[in-house]
Write a protein that binds this ligand. Structure first.
Ligand code: ATP
Length: 316
């Protein structure tokens, strides 16, 4: 993809610093009731040559929950994310999303089905503005094909508020309609700004991603993932590099993401954050699930304590 330079494709818009909206425009519709199974990791084993990164792992993600995936370094958390998002195909076992087998499906198809992710190492389009980065996510949802967009093939009757102000263009749009591509692009722009507001970085919407402070870049990655309207969003170490105040803010943001209708899966090393924000936690160690339960249950589980603190030395 060619990377447009700053402000080349996006009109400058009024930036609203204060978040006063109720986010109706970015809430999503879910495909089932809270608590129903959204994703199933069913006896998944994944080997890299001799390394068993995941060993017969089983768990479910339920709609409307914030699920934590934790474990010591090398436990298999990222591999599990990668298997769920199409980067790796499990050696054995199945992964079902909304009841459909997705193991081995290409990442962009999985995204279209409704799973989005952020990365441990931020991956933005550095030469695009924050707004353009989010619009890329919105574009993934558009129905219009490239020829349809080029030749403005599909025209729709616009709503009153979508009509241009200019008299002649307004009259033309009333008679001939407005191309679906134009309407989708405008909606994408509105939605992108709303998402930037939602994650708290609308004040720098038109700055190049590479010039944004680290905390803004992390939030921008989340906004871009949300733009694809995923029913499941997977956050890979979202608090990495954050100070305590930023971590506190992030916990609020994760809860608000869930309140929009998304189900959230989060990998995170910071135990205070994980225990404070999740509804349930799955714990991996050496590629195996060693515990699953509420934050309280997991924090009291002797296997989990041993995994994090090391086994007590019986011989001593
Ligand atoms: N592409 C790969 N090729 C070979 N081995 C790999 C590959 N990816 C991961 N592994 C190995 O699989 C195991 C699990 O790694 P993984 O990155 O999933 O752990 P993790 O729990 O995410 O760790 P961390 O918290 O350090 O990110 C490790 O032993 C790792 O070295």
């Amino acid at each position: 993809m060619s990377e447009p330079t700053h402000g080349s494709t996006v009109e400058q818009e009024e930036v609203v610093l204060k978040d006063t909206s109720d986010h109706d425009e970015i809430a999503i519709e879910t495909t089932g009731p809270d608590g129903s199974v959204l994703l199933e990791v069913d006896h998944v084993t994944l080997r890299f040559g001799g390394v068993v990164a995941l060993n017969d792992v089983n768990f479910q993600i339920r709609r409307g929950e914030i699920l934590g995936l934790i474990g010591p370094n090398g436990a298999g958390k990222t591999t599990c994310f990668n298997a769920m998002t199409g980067v790796y195909t499990p050696t054995e076992g199945k992964i079902r999303f909304k009841g459909t087998e997705i193991a081995g499906t290409k990442p962009h198809k999985i995204n279209q089905l409704g799973i989005a992710r952020t990365f441990q190492n931020i991956r933005l389009f550095p030469e695009m503005s924050a707004m353009e980065n989010v619009m890329v996510g919105c574009d993934a949802r558009h129905k219009t094909s490239v020829p349809g967009a080029l030749f403005r093939i599909y025209r729709q009757r616009p709503k009153e508020e979508e009509l241009p102000d200019n008299g002649i263009r307004r009259a033309f749009a009333k008679v001939f309609g407005i191309s679906r591509h134009t309407l989708e692009e405008r909606a994408g722009r509105r939605r992108s700004m709303e998402l930037l507001r939602f994650v708290g970085i609308a004040d720098r919407a038109h700055e190049l991603a590479r010039n944004l402070p680290y905390g803004y870049q992390r939030r921008l990655e989340i906004a871009r993932a949300l733009a694809t309207e995923p029913e499941l969003i997977c956050l890979d170490e979202p608090a990495a590099g954050f100070n305590p105040a930023e971590k506190e803010d992030l916990m609020g943001l994760i809860r608000r993401i869930r309140d929009l209708g998304h189900t959230v899966l989060v990998i995170e090393h910071d135990m205070k954050l994980v225990l404070g924000v999740t509804d349930r936690i799955v714990v991996l160690e050496f590629g195996q699930k060693i515990a699953e339960g509420t934050p309280d249950e997991v924090a009291r589980n002797p296997k989990v304590i041993a995994a994090y603190l090391g086994e007590p030395d019986d011989a001593a």
